[in-house]
Structures are given as structure tokens and as C-alpha cells.
Design a protein around this ligand. Structure first.
Ligand SMILES: Cc1cc2nc3c(=O)[nH]c(=O)nc-3n(C[C@H](O)[C@H](O)[C@H](O)COP(=O)(O)O)c2cc1C
Length: 391
């Protein structure tokens, strides 16, 4: 019996092959995945305070969602104290955080899962109450988020976004160093790889896009210059991990956190063509029809599909996310638009999502009110299908 044969879904989930492609193996870097249902990175704001280290509750949550040969991309984790935009988000810059993450990684590995960590810096999507010394958030340029969008202070009060402080040219190298150190810390915690968060209007995307990058130095102006920060971060992280264990996430047509390039095509064509020769583990998109995050349900219609537009210029593995169901995920893979599909919101409310999709079980709806912050409610108390049957 060959290795492939052993790794069938039947073995994994004891089910008929409703979605044969979703449940076929996939090589991502050095890892042989046994199915293509990826857990998307999901900020849940439930780390220990004040250490901002993962705690036993977080270990249980990830362990519930781990499957043999299944890829989890753990939630965005700031690489430096200036990188936070929300309370209760776990970091990856202190010993306590590395130790906390190690418990999560060990639990996922115990179930045969593969786990990457998403490396984060929010840039201007923050508030001074969350910044060291109460300083202003940093960004490529002093461009505030639209006054129509509101944020929250460290103690949960609604607030206006402030005008961020533009990073000095001489400071940028130290932010790139923070990403390198975060990558090193993720390696120390035992992760299988890292994903660079270049999506959703956070620091890297603020550099990429012309509305948020008004710089006149080598990090601003031309598309090449605006892409420089992402490329330097990516190369620094590759130095720690090797390219085949590093992914990059982008949201070319996204509008989260007041982002959006007037004409994304030239910018993202350049970015993707620049990343392509590096030999990354994967490129990961958020389809623009839905960012999923935020406090309201948003579903944009008639917007271009990132995977359809950019697949032709990406020669590596491609993961995409955004409002997929079992059917549409299978269809995207069948059409050759993507290699794997990341699920966000329905992975929150269905800890056994791969098994439910394999068996065609009904999905439990998610409760948006418990996405961000709190304890086990809406986090570790969503039942597996079998528990529902017995209830
Ligand atoms: C509660 C919540 C938290 C999220 N946190 C992150 C995050 O930390 N990093 C990220 O890249 N995307 C984040 N997203 C976006 C998801 O990864 C995913 O792309 C999005 O939800 C669309 O997929 P879905 O339609 O399957 O939910 C978040 C989405 C939600 C709903």
C-alpha cells in the first residue's frame, strides 16, 4: 500500500467523498497536507492579560480545530508592542508569548496538524491607548483612517482614529528587524511556518497602497518603492525560515480598515511577480467580496475575484478565503483557481469543519457577537456534530 493510499479521506473522516478535490492531498512547502480545508487566521482577542500570551483556553480552541494533515494559520500576532490595534491579541515578541504559543503548537501537533503563525503589525489601525507610552500609532504617512470608521480604546470605549505618526526612514529597518525577530520567535515556539499579514489595511498594505503611502523616500512613490517594505520584510523572514515555510497574505481588492487602491491591477501584478521567484510556501488571498472581519456582516457583490485575476501570474501554491462553502471551494479547486481554501467564520462555529464537509453534515451558524473577546462562550463551546446528535 503506498503512502498516498493510506492518506485518503476515508481514513481520516470515515466518509464518502462528497468533495474529492477538497479532500485530496496537497504539498505546501515540506508539508504533505491530507486535505485542503485551511483554518483562516482569526483574531479572537482572548489571550492572557497583561502578558498577551496564549493561555490554556486558546490551546483548547486550536486543538479542537486541528486535524491530521490539516493546515491551521494561527491568528495575527504582533511582532512588536507598537503593532497592536486591539486588546487581548496574543503577541510573538516575549518569552511568555513564545511559551504560550508552544503549548498551542504542541496540542495541534499531537493531533497531527500543521500550524503556521500569522505575523502582524497594524500600523495606523490602532489607538494611542494601546501604544507603549500612549504614543501615536505609527504608519508610512500621517494619514488617518476615515472619520466614518470608529475604533476602541484599550478599555473598550468607542473612539475616533487618530492621525498616525509617519515612520522616519531610519526607523523602518528596526520594524523589519521586529518581523525577523517575530519569525525567530515563531520558530522557537515550534510552529511549522509563518504567514506575513500583508492584507486588510494593516501596516504592510499601508505601505503598498498609494492612499496611505505619501512618502518621498525609497519606501514611497513608485510601485517598486511602495512594495519595498513588503519585500524587505519577506526576505528577512525567509532568512529565518527558508522560503518554503513562509506564506504571504494579500487582499488586492479589499477595503477593510479604509484601505483600497484606486487601480489595484498594476500594484498587485508587480507585488505578485516580485514574490513569485522567491519560492514561497504559498500566496494567500482574501477574496474582496467579504473581509469577514469587523463587527458587521458585509458581502460585496460584483467585485473582481483575486484568485481568478492573479492565479495566472503566480506559479506557486495558492490559498484563498472569503465566503466559501463546500460547493464553491470544490469548484474553485476544480477550475484551477486555487489549491486550497481557507475558511474563517464557519471554522469558528464548526470545530470539526473538515469532517462535517466530508460527511455533508449541517453546519452550525456563527454568532458574530462573540467573535472578539470574552471567554469560552462562542469560542470553545461550539459542539462537534456528534455531540449535537446526542443532544
Ligand atoms: C473574527 C475574525 C477575525 C479575523 N482575523 C483575521 C486575522 O487575524 N488575520 C487575517 O488575515 N484575517 C482575519 N480575518 C479574515 C479571515 O481570515 C477570512 O479571510 C475571512 O473571514 C473570510 O473568510 P470566511 O468568509 O470563510 O469567514 C478575520 C475574520 C474574522 C471573521
Amino acid at each position: 500500500m503506498n503512502r498516498y493510499h493510506i492518506q485518503t479521506t476515508e481514513n481520516l473522516f470515515g466518509a464518502g467523498m462528497k468533495y474529492p478535490l477538497l479532500f485530496s492531498p496537497l504539498q505546501i512547502g515540506p508539508y504533505q497536507l491530507r486535505h485542503r480545508i485551511v483554518m483562516a487566521p482569526l483574531t479572537r482577542m482572548r489571550a492572557a492579560k497583561p502578558s498577551l500570551a496564549p493561555r490554556p483556553l486558546n490551546v483548547e480552541y486550536y486543538s479542537q480545530r486541528a486535524t491530521p494533515g490539516g493546515l491551521i494559520i494561527a491568528e495575527a500576532s504582533p511582532v512588536i508592542a507598537t503593532g497592536f490595534g486591539n486588546p487581548g491579541v496574543p503577541g510573538i515578541y516575549s518569552d511568555a508569548q513564545i511559551d504560550g504559543w508552544r503549548q498551542v503548537v504542541d496540542a495541534v501537533h499531537d493531533k497531527g496538524g500543521v500550524i503556521f503563525l500569522q505575523l502582524w503589525h497594524v500600523g495606523r489601525v490602532s489607538h494611542s491607548s494601546l501604544q507603549p507610552g500612549g504614543a501615536l500609532p505609527v504608519a508610512p504617512s500621517a494619514v488617518p483612517i476615515s472619520a466614518e470608521l470608529k475604533t476602541m480604546t484599550a478599555d473598550g470605549k468607542p473612539a475616533q482614529y487618530e492621525t498616525p505618526r509617519a515612520l522616519e526612514t531610519g526607523e523602518i529597518a528596526s520594524v523589519i528587524e521586529a518581523y525577523r525577530q517575530g519569525a525567530r520567535n515563531a520558530l522557537a515556539a515550534g510552529f511549522d511556518g509563518v504567514e506575513i499579514h500583508g492584507a486588510n489595511g494593516y501596516l504592510i498594505e499601508q505601505f503598498l497602497q498609494s492612499r496611505t503611502n505619501l512618502r518621498t523616500d525609497q519606501y514611497g512613490g513608485s510601485i517598486e518603492n511602495r512594495a519595498r517594505f513588503l519585500m524587505e520584510v519577506t526576505r528577512a523572514v525567509i532568512e529565518i525560515w527558508g522560503a518554503d515555510r513562509v506564506g504571504v497574505r494579500l487582499s488586492p481588492y479589499g477595503i477593510a480598515n479604509d484601505s483600497g487602491e484606486a487601480d489595484p491591477m498594476p500594484l498587485y501584478t508587480h507585488v505578485i511577480k516580485s514574490l513569485d521567484p522567491l519560492g514561497l510556501a504559498y500566496l494567500h488571498f482574501i477574496e474582496p467580496r467579504s473581509s469577514g472581519a469587523g463587527r458587521a456582516e458585509v458581502n460585496h457583490q460584483n467585485v473582481p475575484s483575486a484568485m481568478v485575476l492573479f492565479r495566472p501570474i503566480w506559479s506557486g501554491k495558492l490559498i484563498t478565503a472569503g465566503g466559501f462553502t463546500g460547493e464553491t471551494a470544490e469548484a474553485a479547486i476544480a477550475a484551477g483557481h486555487a489549491d486550497a481554501i481557507a475558511f474563517g467564520r464557519i471554522f469558528i462555529s464548526n470545530p470539526d469543519l473538515p469532517r462535517r464537509l466530508a460527511r455533508g453534515y449541517q453546519l452550525t451558524p456563527y454568532n458574530r457577537a462573540t467573535f472578539y473577546g470574552g471567554e469560552e462562550t462562542g469560542y470553545t463551546d461550539y459542539p462537534e456534530h456528534d455531540e449535537l446528535e446526542q443532544a
